[in-house]
Unconditional design. Structure first.
Length: 234
């Protein structure tokens, strides 16, 4: 058999042999649907709305001011406030300050006998707490502080500033009650506050200046009691 015949036979045999099959290409992937979370969507909408409101508020208040009273020249405590002492200043809207006096209340401060309740510096804003009708105590009056235990006074919740009271001297512990009316001083409650010592309450009372020393001396012994005579009578 010639070589050409052998080659022809091999080619014929190769054509007649079964051909390997190629695997079919994969089909298209199915699209996945994103899961929606209502809570996150609602939160996002709320944040957007809040941002819009904040922008509107800033836009509406930016540049707006209001006028308040301020000190033009230094004033000592107790000095009457006059027109020469007061000026007005403008503050941005939304400024947080301790109760400044609006410029609209100028006539309620100047010319009404109001005095500086504290030392006021030039440029300082005038607040309601820095002015008073008159200083306490007034001339001829004094303020004395008395530390009282619960058994030396009525229920402290019933005691208020302005109450008319008497401070009564009491006998020593275990002593006999006095045969005559005990020493007592009429007073008006100014304020009260818990003491840092035990369960005592410190009550500031206003008395006539001539009685202040005698009351202070007796209060220092701890042998006094407070009696309410009239509520809000001071």
């Amino acid at each position: 058999m010639s070589s050409s015949t052998k080659v022809a036979n091999r080619e014929k045999h190769a054509r007649s042999a079964p051909q390997p099959q190629r695997p079919a290409p994969p089909g298209p992937l199915k699209p996945t649907r994103a899961r929606r979370r209502p809570a996150l969507i609602a939160l996002g909408l709320a944040l957007v709305a809040l941002s819009v409101l904040a922008s509107v508020y800033l836009a509406s208040t930016l540049g707006q001011t209001y006028q308040v009273l301020a000190i033009k020249s230094e004033l000592a405590r107790g000095t009457e406030i006059t027109d020469a002492d007061i000026t007005t200043v403008e503050l941005p809207m939304g400024t947080t300050l301790p109760d400044p006096v609006p410029a609209a209340e100028y006539d309620q401060v100047v010319g009404q006998g109001k005095v500086a309740a504290v030392d006021l510096k030039e440029g300082q804003l005038l607040t309601r707490g820095s002015i008073a009708d008159e200083l306490q105590p007034a001339a001829g009056r004094s303020i004395v502080g008395i530390a009282l235990a619960p058994n030396q006074m009525p229920d402290q919740d019933k005691l208020r500033a302005g109450d008319a009271v008497r401070i009564v001297e009491t006998p020593a512990t275990g002593g006999e009650p006095p045969a005559e009316a005990p020493f007592a001083i009429s007073a008006t409650v100014v304020s009260k506050a818990p003491s840092t010592l035990g369960e005592q309450t410190v009550v500031d009372v206003e008395v006539a200046s001539k009685d202040a020393a005698a009351l202070a001396a007796r209060a220092a012994t701890g042998r006094v009691a407070l009696v309410i005579d009239a509520v809000g009578a001071g």
